[in-house]
Write a protein that binds this ligand. Structure first.
Ligand code: SF4
Ligand code: SF4
Length: 242
């Protein structure tokens, strides 16, 4: 039986929450993990670790293809010999804390977002998730939902994840079945394997037909967020051309 309790909350609703090394459940939530990674999650963590996206995917991610959508799905590789622990949890906590994925930083809230087909606007709803193992709830500081979102630096994650959602809804609208291999490869590289994407831009000229302009190219050389935005634009154009 699922003992979790999840309820919708508005921006001004409050909840009590404090997580620290002093709670008896410290690190409990970092095992038995089934963590999906968004392109922006990967960008942040691979830059924090100082490794390429390719190496990140090889070392820390499990990759598969959604059977119905044909879209790549990336999850964190967990330690099967140790209670499916996240690869980044250490005895003193999360080793990538400042760059942890969006769902970890949003917890104990969960964001549910949807995009209107008519207007293209994103509607979001936050939920408060009460899991029996989490002893941080109902203790310590009182937060409004709005304060929590600001304090945890969630806005940039939402912005980037919403851009991905737009592409996925476009894909589902234009191509309801599985993506072909070539488009899947483009989607995977531009969203999840940014360093390969960058080298293909500068060494193979893969974006020449998009004519991104020298200013944009100069920016994406050193700015991964701009690179990801360019990648999402490329995927969008590719889908529109199919
Ligand atoms: S990324 Fe950090 S906070 Fe998230 S599950 Fe892993 S160790 Fe825990
Ligand atoms: S279970 Fe809750 S209180 Fe315990 S470490 Fe995780 S988030 Fe913090």
């Amino acid at each position: 039986m699922d003992d979790n309790n999840i309820m919708p909350v508005s921006m001004d609703d409050t909840f009590k929450f404090s997580c620290s090394k002093n709670v008896a459940c410290f690190n409990e939530c970092c095992k038995d993990v089934n963590q999906f990674l968004t392109p922006y999650d990967i960008l942040r963590i691979k830059n924090r670790l100082g490794i390429s996206s390719g190496l990140f995917l090889e070392r820390y991610a499990t990759q598969h293809t959604g059977p119905e959508s044909g879209l790549p799905v990336i999850t964190l590789k967990t330690d099967h010999a140790a209670e499916l622990k996240c690869p980044f949890v250490t005895p003193s906590g999360c080793s990538v804390y400042e760059d942890r994925p969006s769902s970890c930083r949003t917890y104990p809230l969960v964001r549910v977002a949807s995009r209107s087909r008519k207007t293209g606007k994103i509607a979001e709803q936050y939920m408060l998730l009460k899991e029996p193992h989490c002893l941080g709830l109902n203790q310590g500081q009182i937060w409004t939902v709005k304060e929590w979102i600001e304090n945890q630096g969630i806005a940039i994650y939402n912005e980037m994840n919403d851009m991905l959602m737009e592409i996925i809804s476009l894909k589902n609208r234009l191509i309801p079945g599985p993506l072909d291999i070539k488009s899947r490869h483009i989607f995977h590289m531009a969203c999840y394997d940014l360093d390969t994407f960058k080298s293909h831009i500068f060494e193979k000229g893969i974006l020449d037909s998009l004519n991104p302009g020298s200013d944009t190219l100069n920016i994406v050389k050193n700015d991964d967020v701009a690179l990801l935005k360019l990648g999402l634009k490329w995927v969008k154009e590719t889908l529109n051309r199919i």
